[in-house]
Write a protein that binds this ligand. Structure first.
Ligand SMILES: NC(=O)c1ccc[n+]([C@@H]2O[C@H](COP(=O)([O-])OP(=O)(O)OC[C@H]3O[C@@H](n4cnc5c(N)ncnc54)[C@H](O)[C@@H]3O)[C@@H](O)[C@H]2O)c1
Length: 313
């Protein structure tokens, strides 16, 4: 049986790190594609030459031609501009929409059975572009944001309590960005809700730090944005899909009535398996959580509307 194949569009920081993690975890052969001549070829060759030392047999190749990505099982879209200091995700909207539309069209034509994992920001809006450009069914177009957001929250919870990150679990809903909704009562250490382990004020500080997690790293790096944790998050989604693990992970999913939302990508817990999203997991929200969730979906809707206006204008 041929090995699974993952195409990674964009050989920049996030894309190259995804390629490395996917290959080195022996999850799939990887095709790295970028618009810049030589960049994906060079990084792919470098990654391939690490294989004998790391000890895996995955093929890693680089290309500028979508024909070389044909038959992929998963296409990870990281192409676009990264946020610079002081630049909001929204500033990236129109530029990245054009890039994502173009690469998704070409990737979908070459890999009609693939599942898309979208990473490019602004995330929720780019998922809409990808759904439309691919013509794929909604369970095959998934946005990566919640896994990263919850990983950040877990990191801060573990640091605060002095416990292993592996003992933590964090629940994050809503759009990717300043309006994301971390849910402390479903966030736990050793199975105990953190609301029983920390003062409310301290939890609020960790929630705020999580919301600003991307900006905190942008401010430190000064050029470019986070990529190690984003790439690890994508790789967990790839693993759950390719190995049909059905992990419940927070992802941007196209809602069709769930959570009272229709026709919008929003971050919710989903079951991820070989067919893509096999279930959206719904939970009851308390009034304050519902209000925060509604604010978050409103801001996603504003972005999508802004994009439609740009496309029309
Ligand atoms: N969803 C998330 O949680 C999350 C996390 C981190 C980064 N991101 C986003 O991911 C994207 C990539 O970030 P990065 O740090 O890797 O940026 P980067 O600048 O390092 O890499 C982007 C790459 O895309 C390539 N590219 C541009 N146009 C292209 C096209 N038409 N076809 C193919 N490749 C093209 C560029 O040449 C570049 O190599 C950004 O939009 C960033 O904001 C999202």
């Amino acid at each position: 049986m041929p090995r699974p194949q993952v195409t990674v569009v964009g050989a920049g920081n996030v894309g190259a790190s995804v390629a490395q993690r996917v290959a080195e975890a022996s999850l799939a052969d990887v095709v790295l594609i970028d618009i810049v001549d030589g960049l994906p070829q060079g990084k792919a060759l470098d990654l391939a030459e690490a294989a004998p030392v790391v000890g895996h047999d995955m093929r890693v190749t680089g290309t500028n031609d979508f024909a070389d990505t044909a038959g992929s099982d998963i296409v990870v879209v990281t192409s676009g501009l990264a946020r610079q200091p002081g630049m909001s995700r929204d500033d990236l909207l129109s530029k990245n929409a054009g890039i994502v539309r173009s690469v998704v069209k070409q990737a979908a034509a070459n890999s009609p059975d693939a599942i898309f994992i979208i990473v490019t920001n602004p995330l929720d809006a780019m998922c809409h572009v990808a759904l439309e450009a691919s013509g794929f069914s909604p369970e095959k177009v998934i946005g990566m944001a919640g896994v990263l957001d919850s990983a950040r929250f877990r990191t801060f919870i573990a640091q605060e309590l002095g416990v292993s990150v592996s003992s933590t679990h964090a629940f994050v809903l809503g759009g990717h960005g300043d309006t994301m909704v971390p849910l402390p009562r479903y966030s736990t250490a050793g199975g105990v809700p953190i609301t029983e382990l920390m003062e409310a004020g301290r939890i609020e500080e960790l929630v705020t730090r999580t919301r600003n997690g991307g900006a905190e790293i942008v401010a430190l790096l000064k050029t470019g944005s986070a990529y190690y944790a984003p790439a690890a998050s994508v790789t967990q989604m790839v693993d759950s899909i390719l190995n049909d693990r059905n992990m419940i992970l927070p992802c941007a999913a196209y809602l069709q009535g769930q959570y009272g939302v229709d026709g919008l990508f929003v971050g919710v817990p989903v079951k991820l398996g070989r067919a893509g999203i096999t279930q959206v997991v719904e939970i009851e929200l308390a009034d304050d959580e519902r209000a925060a969730f509604d604010r978050s979906t409103d801001s996603v809707r504003e972005l999508v509307d802004a994009m439609s206006r740009m496309a029309a204008g």
